[in-house]
Write a protein that binds this ligand. Structure first.
Ligand code: TMP
Ligand code: MG
Length: 289
């Protein structure tokens, strides 16, 4: 049905079920669809030419806005907590307090750096951030068919918006739930706004934003894209889901984590740096015979 599903990077525990969901979404048409996607390492690349690409946090961490001392502290946090984030031998419950600890410490370090709002665009421009191959087709296709795209990110909202903007695809069908910076009257970072979003509390984030899902209550079909097991709860605020298709990018620690991804995501994309599969599925759903 969709040739891209035969790519060697694609794994499915039940390909027949995947086909049924896609056909049901195709019959219902684009007016009943909404897309919910994580940002870092889902819409952005994990690696390019063998080199890791930055998350929205890393874009700041690696920039000239951060002192060498602070860079070392942030790197130490990453080395301590990232292995915990992706560790398949511990439960989400065990990871929760540690993720709060990571985000809180990292945000406090960033606040100490007195980051200037007016320099963010330049820092993003100078970074190695890259959206996945095929991103333009993905964003443009959703826009063309008026399909709402919710980007649900535990990264930094101001930074990820700038990445999308600089790639020329920040269309009006996009909404973002993320951690946004708060600036003082001089345009200096002084806090982060609202409830903290980390990798494993996206369900709570979804439920706090009930108004958004209320507006989209006629869109019963959901395409969900993520790279972490925490991303599986991003659609928990959607009303009366009829069909949901969960696509998971498995970027790192592939052998250890494959089993858990295969049992929770409908489609697992192993070390696949492209949007080929989501694009092909969207093309099929939106194409009318
Ligand atoms: P996401 O929800 O958009 O994927 O963003 C979360 C990612 O950000 C997660 O994989 C961990 C990463 N991260 C950093 O790279 N540096 C940090 O300081 C923090 C707090 C998170
Ligand atoms: Mg991610």
């Amino acid at each position: 049905m969709i040739p891209e599903l035969s790519k060697p990077s694609v794994w499915m525990r039940d390909s027949k079920r995947v086909e049924e969901i896609i056909q049901a979404m195709h019959r219902a048409g684009p007016s009943t669809l909404q897309v919910i996607s994580d940002f870092d390492m889902t819409l952005t690349r994990f690696a390019h030419n063998g080199k890791r690409c930055p998350t929205s946090h890393n874009i700041l961490d690696n920039s000239k806005l951060i002192s060498e001392d602070c860079k070392n502290n942030l790197k130490e946090l990453l080395n301590t907590y990232y292995p915990i984030e992706i560790d398949s031998t511990h439960t989400v419950e065990e990871k929760l307090p540690l993720m709060v600890e990571w985000w809180t410490k990292a945000h406090n370090l960033l606040i100490q750096q007195k980051i200037r709002k007016d320099l963010l665009a330049q820092v993003v421009k100078e970074s190695d951030a890259m959206l996945r191959e095929g991103y333009k087709v993905f964003f443009d296709q959703l826009h063309k068919h008026n399909i709402p795209l919710l980007i649900f990110s535990a990264g930094i909202g101001d930074v990820l918006e700038e990445v999308i903007h600089q790639n020329g695809v920040f269309h009006p069908n996009i909404r973002v739930f993320s951690n946004y910076m708060d600036f003082d009257e001089n345009g200096i970072l002084c806090a982060f706004k609202g409830q903290l979003i980390h990798t494993y509390n996206k369900r709570e984030g979804a439920l706090l934003n009930a108004g958004h899902f209320q507006e989209l209550q006629d869109r019963h079909n959901v395409l969900l894209l993520g790279d972490s097991l925490g991303d599986l709860t991003m659609a928990d605020g959607v009303h009366n889901v009829e069909n949901i298709l969960k696509i998971g990018y498995l970027n790192d620690k592939v052998e250890e984590r494959k089993e858990s991804y295969l049992s929770t995501y409908d489609i697992v994309l192993e070390k696949d740096e492209t949007m080929d599969v989501p694009n092909a599925i969207l093309n099929h759903i939106t194409g009318r015979q």
